[in-house]
Ligand binder design. Structure first.
Ligand SMILES: CC(C)(COP(=O)(O)OP(=O)(O)OC[C@H]1O[C@@H](n2cnc3c(N)ncnc32)[C@H](O)[C@@H]1OP(=O)(O)O)[C@@H](O)C(=O)NCCC(=O)NCCS
Length: 223
């Protein structure tokens, strides 16, 4: 089964999320019109963050790359983009995407990027979890990522998601994350339910991300 993509696909999945520290972001599926947003966001990333994401020292996204990164089908290739609502012009500040592998259709390569100024506030984790929810709806069972060995922050996120880590090339690890396709315990958590609703376009308009993890019954956990 896959998500039906109609004319209101993006609109139904556009939400405002408040991170644990109060940072406000809008999150929605990426669109072809986001090329400049991506180019501007890339320009704000440090050389180190660019290298960690693309594993090569690139200093700009070419028109071909921007086309590939924004013209997606939302099934085999999906991306969430996050915009900072508290900054003038509401710039793009984070992206998480997956691309299904042609020869292993239950597996998709996934990557996430948050601009340096907003790192460490939970946005990368939120984007990756939201990406997982869409992937499950589209029949993907496992994310694969290639991460530099010393990328502690990304490895922390992945290891908390039950990642299986294998050596790939010198300095690079290959990480496989099984998505909770059949895990009833995870599927009944409040966080999972909210993300699944978001993926299906039936989600809350406002997501308080930090609060999703608070103990059941805590009113702050309501979404
Ligand atoms: C990796 C990346 C996406 C994480 O995004 P983020 O928004 O900073 O991540 P989060 O705030 O959700 O933090 C994730 C974890 O990193 C760890 N972390 C946070 N700040 C950290 C710091 N200053 N140093 C080391 N680890 C840190 C924390 O353990 C956190 O998990 P927690 O829930 O236990 O606190 C972001 O750092 C990034 O874009 N890096 C450059 C590109 C990249 O490396 N992409 C991954 C390759 S695909």
């Amino acid at each position: 089964m896959t998500l039906a993509t109609g004319p209101d696909f993006v609109e139904r999945r556009t939400i405002e999320a408040h991170l644990a520290d109060g940072t406000r972001v809008r999150i929605r599926p990426i669109e072809p019109g986001d090329k400049q947003t991506l180019a501007d966001g890339f320009a704000r990333m440090s050389p180190e963050s660019r290298y960690r994401r693309f594993m090569s020292p690139i200093d700009e996204l070419t028109p071909d790359m921007l086309r590939h990164l924004t013209e997606v089908d939302h099934v085999d290739h999906f991306a969430w983009v996050a915009f900072a609502l508290d900054e003038p012009g509401e710039p793009g500040v984070g992206v998480a995407r997956y691309v299904r592998l042609a020869d292993e259709p239950a597996v998709a390569e996934a990557a996430v990027t948050v601009i340096d100024e907003l790192q460490g506030r939970g946005l990368g984790t939120l984007l990756l979890q939201a990406l997982g929810a869409v992937a499950i709806e589209n029949g993907i069972e496992r994310f694969r990522g290639y991460v530099l060995e010393d990328n502690r922050r990304m490895r922390q996120i992945l290891e908390e998601s039950g990642a299986i880590v294998a050596h790939d090339a010198p300095g690079v690890v290959r990480v496989d994350v099984p998505l909770p396709v059949a895990d009833a315990a995870i599927k009944e958590t409040e966080a999972y339910r909210a993300l699944r609703a978001l993926a299906r376009g039936e989600g809350p308009r406002l997501l308080r991300w930090g609060a999703l993890w608070s103990p059941p019954g805590d009113p702050a956990g309501q979404v």
